[in-house]
Design a protein around this ligand. Sequence first.
Ligand SMILES: Nc1nc2c(ncn2[C@@H]2O[C@H](COP(=O)(O)OP(=O)(O)OP(=O)(O)O)[C@@H](O)[C@H]2O)c(=O)[nH]1
Ligand SMILES: [Mg+2]
Length: 405
Amino acid sequence: MGKLYETEERAKRAFLVSLAAGKAGVEEASGAELRRLAETLGLAIAGHETIRVRDRQPKFGMGSGKAAELAETAAELEADCLVFDWDLSPSQQRNWEELAGIPVVDRQELIIRIFAERAGTREAELQVKLAELSYFLPRLTHKYIDLSRQRGGRYGTRGGGETRLETDRRKIERRIQRLEKELEEVRKQRQLRRRQRERQGLPVCAIVGYTNAGKSSLLNALSGADVPVEDKLFATLDAATRRFEPEPGMAALLTDTVGFIRRLPHSLIKAFRSTLEEAALADLLIHVLDASEPDIESCFETTLSVLRELGAEDIPIITVLNKIDRVTALPSAAEPAAGTEAVSPIEALLQRFPGSAALSAKNGTGLEELKIRIAAALRKTLTAGIPISTTDIHGQNGQNRYDSM
Ligand SMILES: Nc1nc2c(ncn2[C@@H]2O[C@H](COP(=O)(O)OP(=O)(O)OP(=O)(O)O)[C@@H](O)[C@H]2O)c(=O)[nH]1
Ligand SMILES: [Mg+2]
């Protein structure tokens, strides 16, 4: 509305800095990911440099000559903020802000802020706020840049001064305590809903995977739901659950989950624990991979390591190679060695991820096979456990909604 007369300030310009990964394909993919993260926050890219750090001095995490060079480039590019693709300690962040004179955002903050913008439910809001405050508590002098409109200012402390900082610290500590209490309440409600679900005797399949892999699209394709699907990182922050039938007469619940990302900030894992636990308590995991992603390998590893951290590594898992409609070029990791027979890109992926189900959540290719696999896996894992109910408890033709369970 009123687009013509929009008087908003121009987008904030970010100068991005990545670390060289050594491998071209990996470096490209993680550079592209950093740009997407920045753009998701509404930042314009003023420049992007990939650096090799030899001299890891504690003050800046690199030599002061290199640091001064980067600060100068940021100034030349007229950047409003500096964004690093790695985590800075609170004192490094302060040193950088003093040097560059503009707000300095590290990878953790970038991701926490995206989560903060996307939080749609009370639970997600509480969780993000907790992660945000835990991040800012040791960083009270951090220059906080409002990425949407106003100019940056200091986070929390406009007056400055140690006494003021102490007051702010105590205020934030009290808020953290209040938030933790409130979250405890929300967790209890979540447990209650989970128990109600268990009483229904329906097995639970959780869809997990890297952000933007197509988890919500798969939930929609399998259950006929209409969970929002977006070509954005972290479109889903709440675990939505729907009923579906992997085969006629077999009912199960399907849960969509928060997407994972490389180096997911620990404060977020901690804060989102109750949402992420939906995966840890499932009877079956459906791990969705974007088959068209050049660095599919590290997406795969990232998800497995988060699952391990959640204690979900022993749950049976079906790996899904989604977006096969987009697979045209051979991913570099799967290139045939000299002398071996050339295989199609999809075959190469199936060789790399044996037993996985190749499909397209978008056009429906391979969905039926996946359903057969899910039914078989549920039968196998649940023979001694929960009976697979065929009763439609709610009597609404399977259209029940289990939002944000
Ligand atoms: N071409 C193609 N695109 C797909 C397919 N599945 C999903 N997409 C697209 O990929 C993007 C991300 O899909 P989502 O379903 O939102 O992915 P997600 O894993 O839920 O993402 P987050 O919730 O952000 O973690 C959207 O633009 C989808 O339209 C597919 O099979 N083929
Ligand atoms: Mg989603």
